[in-house]
Design a protein around this ligand. Sequence first.
Ligand SMILES: Cc1ncc(COP(=O)(O)O)c(C=O)c1O
Length: 364
Amino acid sequence: MTNKLSYFRPHIQDMQPYEPILPFDVLSSELGIPPERLIKLDANENPYGPLPEVKAALAISDALHIYPDPESRRIRKILAEHHQVRESSIVVGAGADELIDLIMRIVIEPGDRVINCPPTFGMYAFDSALNQAELITISRQADFSLDLPGIIQAVEENKPRLLFLANPNNPDGGMISNREFRQLVNLPLLLVMDEAYIHFSDRERSVLKEVESYNNLIVLRTFSKWAGLAGLRIGYGVFPEEFVPMLMRAKQPYNVSVAAEQAAVITMQNLAKAEKNIAKIIKHRGQLYEALTQVTWLRPYPSQANFILCQVEGISAFELKQRLRKQGILIRYFDKPGLSDHIRISIGTQEQIEKLINALKGIG
Ligand SMILES: Cc1ncc(COP(=O)(O)O)c(C=O)c1O
């Protein structure tokens, strides 16, 4: 007789299964539409991709058989100069995603509390579950602004260790005010400001430079969105310096690949070109927003990011997503509280936006 033994840690068994995203080629064959005709506006990627200089350099790289620098020194030096902060305050990761997990690994004991303010980026809740944190949910208001009194009360009652905030927030693209930031950073917890989309906003509102003034503030950035490197996986954080040796201890030694570091370095060396793509995305965001306001059954939210969230009226948001999908246009639908009648559209090229608008007109 076999004794049924579970090998798995209970908190992993309890986690919600990951919702897999279909790879491009699988999707293309499923829809019978060639990949080059698919319009991918569902993951806030950069429609222009990496700079040509990045592609050219990676194509002739002679270092891909060598392990990467565990300290990512080249890109950290460049980032330190760019932001006017010390290299010893920067840690680079395989995307901001890796840093979210690493922060929790070095800070959270099982049962410690983390505040999450949904609707927001799903990895804060995901990594909290993975790291056995107890999630304290303080939902945003109907307009997606923060419930600040709720957060302050939860801090008093639950003594959480961590609060993650995306600024601009995903999925609505809104930002917190300077006054809200001051209130939050003065709370007795570690505040992680995730600035994944800051390049598409009024950058003056970044709090990256504030890290040197607070020992409880971390700012995360990524090359996935503005620099078009999502597939290579590279992001970084600016930390109070005492965090850096701990993160370096906890991270996998070769977390950032040779190709990813090289791509980030070359992007930073060609910033003016990358800025042109950012400017185009911001311009298209304005055009798309205008066009969406003309669709009587959509309510777009003003956005400071590379996507626009819309409330859908009179037709199911899920069905809308499916109908666009059949035409090869991919947008994001969220089957979550407060969002089930919403869609999120990433900003594409001029041509992609025109095709989307035409498709919406055909539906409505
Ligand atoms: C708010 C936010 N932070 C971080 C990320 C992930 O960034 P990365 O690709 O660097 O892991 C995303 C991706 O969608 C995001 O929306």
